[in-house]
Design a protein around this ligand. Structure first.
Ligand SMILES: [Mg+2]
Length: 224
């Protein structure tokens, strides 16, 4: 093995953060809570998984939560997301090419706070499922990004198959500040794509590379 690439999913490969925001609001409003604005969503909740986001949204609103409530909200949102995504999921330009280019260089892992079914739906839409060797989804971790748990699980999976892999032979592709922090806390090199945040905001979190478009990374990803 020469290299491995760990892709974040939402905001990197699929352009669906607006769908997630709408689905959170579908669930919150149906239960009598205030909707979350796009600005607040981007500033505070983007990058969390559903459990982390619902917990933060409700506690910010002064609502007491428990595991059963949050689990119910996640299930309601999953139904909303599938409905919306099947009708209006957008894919980032260059996303399929980026995954395929990375797969020519070594294993590709998706490390995401999205639910596994949502990731499978998006990878099928991109027609790159065969290029992805492993998925770490929301169901696999106890602590969402910016905690490093998801990236450490991906590293553990990789080392189980390729015991000699070094951290510097891996690259993480992220769009969110929480995602960059997560990967860096796992000791992994990060390249950021400015799909969700301006380059100046990304730069403060210290990625090794920042590009405006995924397509600019395709050549670098085929580095094997
Ligand atoms: Mg993301």
């Amino acid at each position: 093995m020469s290299f491995a690439t760990f892709f974040d999913f939402n905001g990197v490969l699929v352009d669906d953060e607006h769908l997630h925001q709408q689905c959170f609001n579908d669930v919150l409003v149906a239960r009598g809570h205030a909707a979350v604005t796009e600005a607040l969503y981007n500033e505070r909740y983007l990058g969390f998984d559903d459990r982390g986001a619902f917990t933060a949204m409700l506690s910010d609103a002064g609502v007491l939560t428990n595991d059963a409530l949050i689990t119910a909200l996640i299930a309601e949102k999953a139904v909303m997301y599938e409905r919306r995504a099947r009708a209006e999921l957008r894919l980032f330009d260059g996303a399929a090419d980026a995954v395929r280019a990375a797969a020519t260089a070594g294993p590709v892992v998706v490390v995401s706070g999205a639910l596994r079914a949502e990731i499978e739906l998006g990878l099928a839409a991109l027609d790159v499922r065969a290029s992805v060797a492993h998925i770490v989804a929301a169901e696999d971790v106890l602590r969402c990004k910016p905690d490093p748990e998801g990236y450490l699980l991906a590293l553990g999976w990789l080392r189980a198959g390729h015991s000699t892999v070094r951290r510097e032979d891996i690259v993480v592709i992220e769009d969110s500040l929480a995602g960059i922090d997560s990967a860096r806390a796992a000791g992994l090199p990060v390249w950021a794509v400015a799909h969700s945040y301006p380059e100046s905001a990304l730069r403060e979190h210290g990625p090794a590379v920042i590009e405006r478009e995924l397509r600019a990374l395709v050549g670098r990803l085929a580095r094997g």
